[in-house]
Design a protein around this ligand. Structure first.
Ligand SMILES: *[C@@H]1O[C@H](CO)[C@@H](O)[C@H](O)[C@H]1NC(C)=O
Ligand SMILES: *[C@@H]1O[C@H](CO)[C@@H](O)[C@H](O)[C@H]1NC(C)=O
Ligand SMILES: *[C@@H]1O[C@H](CO)[C@@H](O)[C@H](O)[C@H]1NC(C)=O
Ligand SMILES: *[C@@H]1O[C@H](CO)[C@@H](O)[C@H](O)[C@H]1NC(C)=O
Length: 395
């Protein structure tokens, strides 16, 4: 019953959505911000500063180390790439850090079968103080990005008023469309308006954006992951129905491979983001990532679930008094993904559940595959041990 209701809502939301044909599945790739921030000191830190070199090296790793072939195809620039505007008002990259320009990076990405994403800000300045896209620059900047053959734009919302954002985001969507180049559009707009109706109109967002940041920036800590998760779950009745092919909620980047999460926490973030149909944007150093973290990010079944063609965002379906939560995402072919998530901080907990308790029809037969084991033992009538499971109805 739950499953049927969810499917219906998703269909209703799909009637009016942005029709650029892009991001039919949650985008996957690499985004510079969480790990590399606004490090512009290429004299002292040439390997890690925001520069052409960083993006070329990440492109090589995306192509060589199996990432691209698993779907991690976006190579996305974030803030701090801009050098200024030329005499005619065209954006130009920092000439020292991006000596060959953005078109060169786009060509390089395309030559490897990757896509290039770029960042700007609907406002006077980007969040780090670089020239923003004011209302009078929207059309010109969209054309610049298209000329450079950029494939995705993340448009932030610092240094603008709510009125400017209300004009600017739809205007940018139209300007991108008018370029004739398919450019996926990531809008930070809702995050600047508190993420919820009535200030945020999710119907409108599905018409103009392919993906949107609803809430705070993620930081390199487990408490940051939990605060984002809590907000998404508290508001799942609003957020879950508006996601679908071509238009996704974005709880922000994966922290996996950085400094703040334990191994189990890293696996939990991957499982939760997967069941939430979230974009999978890594933000880590692919030159030095450990084999263990690569295994988490490259888990093929996890990626398959994240990229499920139905594109239905999962929900938390159970919150037990003893701090175990269960999330469920309906998948194509009558399958479902479950995440058993422990918020306990004391012991590995033996959690018993049943098909009936999880809203499965106990007179049917199911096949269960376990994906990732965690410090939680689950038994579904003796069937499944682990923290994430794929449940498939058998004829
Ligand atoms: C943007 O710049 C204009 C012109 O300097 C100024 O009037 C306006 O207050 C600024 N807006 C914000 C939100 O800072
Ligand atoms: C522009 O919008 C139209 C109508 O929604 C759509 O058919 C077309 O594919 C879009 N083009 C691009 C480049 O996004
Ligand atoms: C939200 O946007 C949709 C589509 O643009 C529009 O039809 C609707 O009236 C808006 N809702 C509100 C409450 O403004
Ligand atoms: C469970 O499955 C049986 C047999 O297919 C069916 O008759 C019944 O209506 C189902 N119950 C629910 C609650 O879906």
């Amino acid at each position: 019953m739950l499953l049927k209701t969810v499917v219906l809502l998703a269909l209703v939301a799909q009637v009016l959505v942005l029709e650029n044909g892009l991001l039919r599945k949650p985008p996957m790739g690499w985004l510079a911000w969480e790990r590399f921030r606004c490090n512009t000191d290429c004299d002292e830190d040439p390997k890690n500063c925001i520069s052409e070199r960083l993006f070329l090296e990440m492109a090589d790793h995306l192509a060589q180390d199996g990432w691209r072939d698993l779907g991690y195809t976006y190579l996305n620039i974030d803030d701090c790439w801009i050098g200024g505007r030329d005499a005619k008002g065209h954006l130009i990259p920092d000439p020292k850090r991006f000596p060959n320009g953005i078109a060169f990076l786009a060509d390089y990405a395309h030559s490897l079968g990757l896509k290039l994403g770029i960042y700007e800000d609907m406002g006077n300045f980007t969040c780090m103080g670089y020239p923003g896209t004011t209302l009078d620059k929207v059309i010109q900047d969209a054309q610049t990005f298209a000329e450079w053959k950029v494939d995705m734009l993340k448009l932030d919302g610092c240094f603008s008023t709510p009125e400017e954002r209300a004009k600017g985001y739809p205007m940018m969507a139209a300007a991108l469309n008018a370029t004739g180049r398919p450019i996926a559009f990531s809008c930070s707009w809702p995050a600047y308006e508190g993420g919820l109706p009535p200030k945020v109109n999710y119907t409108l967002l599905t018409e103009i954006c392919n993906v949107w940041r609803n809430y705070d920036d993620i930081q390199d800590s487990w408490s940051s992951v939990l605060s984002i998760l809590d907000w998404f779950v508290d508001n799942q009745d609003i957020l879950q129905p508006v996601a679908g092919p071509g238009h996704w909620n974005d709880p922000d980047m994966l922290l996996i491979g950085n400094f703040g999460l334990s191994f189990e926490q890293a696996r939990a973030q991957m499982a939760l983001w997967t069941v939430l149909a979230a974009p999978l944007f890594m933000s880590t150093d692919l030159r030095t990532i450990s084999a263990q973290n690569m295994d988490i990010l490259q888990n093929p079944l996890m990626i398959k679930i994240n990229q499920d063609p139905l594109g239905i965002q999962g929900r938390r379906i159970l919150k037990e008094k003893f701090h175990i939560e269960v999330f469920m995402r309906p998948l194509a072919s009558e399958a479902s993904a479950l995440v058993f998530f422990s918020r306990r901080t004391d012991i590995p907990y033996h959690y018993h559940s049943s098909l009936a308790q999880l809203n499965f029809n106990s007179s049917d037969t199911y096949e269960v595959s376990t994906l990732l084991l965690a410090g939680l033992r689950v038994s579904l009538g003796g069937g499944c041990w682990g923290c994430s499971a794929l449940i498939r109805g058998l004829p």
